[in-house]
Design a protein around this ligand. Sequence first.
Ligand code: FES
Length: 99
Amino acid sequence: MFRRLPDSPAETLRFTFDGAPLTARRGDTVAAALLANGIATCRATPAKGTPRGPYCLMGVCFECLVTIDGTGNRQGCLVALEEGMRVETQAGARKAVAP
Ligand code: FES
């Protein structure tokens, strides 16, 4: 589906998605890193569990919600990937946290 443009090599970062080890490039967003690894689904809707994945890649559609390092409702297209990030599928709505 997605293929990187040929360009100069960038630093490789390691991260996990649902426990699987993956790599991406420094400068990728979390959503771009998932797409570059062939992962098009990153969440399930709260109502019916329908699979969703990054769509607009500019912070508008909210289809890219993931859990990052234990924090849910993160927009993967707006978060820069960092070394060692633990990214997980967001299943349904994020759990509410009492203040
Ligand atoms: S892909 Fe649309 S908000 Fe992230």
